[in-house]
Design a protein around this ligand. Structure first.
Ligand code: UT7
Length: 333
């Protein structure tokens, strides 16, 4: 079996900053409510011309540069997103030519907030079994074009932002695997607790989307916030403990915790429950909101810039999101 390692990361967020005060001009909300309930102070939104693959391209270019590889070495492209440029084909197919690549497999991962760790797990397995050697994995989202920006959608609209993060995962030349473990879970019976119903073939109509669907707002995400919150804390703690157990590690052995960024309170509660010192948990949600599949690789890039993620750092990540899906990974930088 071969070994895998992350050799570089990159990120990109659009320039336009949208503050909580900006949102309060569009819907009945306040800066204080958003900060108290979620920790979010601002997020980034794209302009009309920019798509998810545009953000992904910039994050990928930075990851390729930081990895110090020739992009021609990339033999597989994985793209985690729930806000693609078009209904089909998948976003990896649109990104591949933008990157100047041809013929390599271009695969979309649709596991929402857990999408990046699901993608890491796939990349790790591809490398360990010898199928591919140099995998580019990107998580990118443009949520701002899919939110209900009126008071009716305020519980969801204030949480999400646009952004992209990418990593290059490569077969290690020597030593042991630096991706120590990945654990993936799903419980589809809760799929409708956080979802966007349309467009879709499951709407009991003969079109995937029609005017009635749009008038009913079925194209917008809807969420049972309290249920998602409670499950996020429980499941992320569970799968993090499983990851530690699998690797015969203790919490104190982990140098840095890079969790999914859905709500600062979720991450604070996890830290409290697991007794993790606050300075070991790296959060970016204050600046970017929830960028779904992009939160963890954005966190990697920001942690590198902040000097918290260096060669040898032992990192634990966990994510929870729509599906319900959840996942964890432990890796050495
Ligand atoms: O990535 C994974 C997916 N997402 C998550 O993990 C998110 C999980 N859930 C959450 O983060 C929280 O549940 C929210 C931040 C969404 C909501 O916080 P909450 O403390 O659970 O608030 P709530 O839903 O109980 O709402 C409390 C009140 C309600 O008013 P009433 O019924 O008490 O009069 C809401 O209508 O706050 C109201 N509310 C708002 N008020 C101002 C809901 N959204 C807003 C808003 N601004 N944006």
């Amino acid at each position: 079996m071969y070994h895998s390692e992350i050799i570089g990361c990159g990120m990109y967020v659009p320039e336009k900053v949208v503050t909580n005060h900006d949102l309060s001009q569009m819907m009945d909300t306040t800066h204080d409510w958003i900060v108290q309930r979620s920790g979010i102070e601002e997020r980034r939104w794209v302009d009309a011309q920019t798509s998810t693959t545009d953000l992904a391209l910039k994050a990928c270019e930075e990851a390729i540069k930081n990895a110090g590889i020739d992009k021609k070495d990339i033999d597989c492209l994985l793209f985690a997103t729930i806000s693609p440029d078009h209904d089909f084909p998948g976003n990896a197919c649109f990104l591949q030519p933008k990157l100047g690549l041809t013929e390599i497999p271009a695969i979309d991962v649709r596991q929402q907030c857990s999408g990046f760790i699901y993608g890491m797990s796939m990349a790790d397995a591809f490398i360990k079994c010898g199928q591919y050697k140099t995998i580019l994995l990107v998580g990118a989202e443009v949520h701002s074009k899919g939110l209900n920006k009126t008071t009716a959608g305020r519980d969801v609209a204030v949480l999400f932002g646009d952004g992209a993060g990418a990593v290059v995962i490569r077969r290690a030349e020597s030593g042991s695997s630096k991706i120590l473990s990945t654990h993936l879970f799903a419980e589809g019976m809760h799929a409708k607790e956080l979802w966007a119903a349309a467009p879709g073939s499951g709407l009991g109509s003969d079109e995937r989307i029609n005017h009635q669907h749009i008038e009913a707002g079925l194209q917008y995400p809807s969420m049972n916030g309290k249920k998602v919150f409670a499950n996020a804390v429980r499941r992320m703690c569970e799968c993090l403990n499983l990851a530690l157990e699998t690797n015969h590690l203790k919490l104190e052995d982990i140098d840095l915790f890079l969790f999914h960024q859905a709500n600062l309170r979720i991450n604070q509660m996890m830290a409290q429950e697991l007794k993790i010192p606050e300075e070991k948990v790296f959060n970016t949600i204050m600046k970017y909101g929830n960028t779904t599949a992009a939160t963890i690789p954005i966190g990697m890039s920001e942690a590198v810039k902040a000097g918290k993620l260096k060669k040898g750092t032992l990192v634990a990540s966990a994510a929870f999101g729509s599906g319900f899906t959840w996942a964890s990974s432990i890796y050495r930088w």
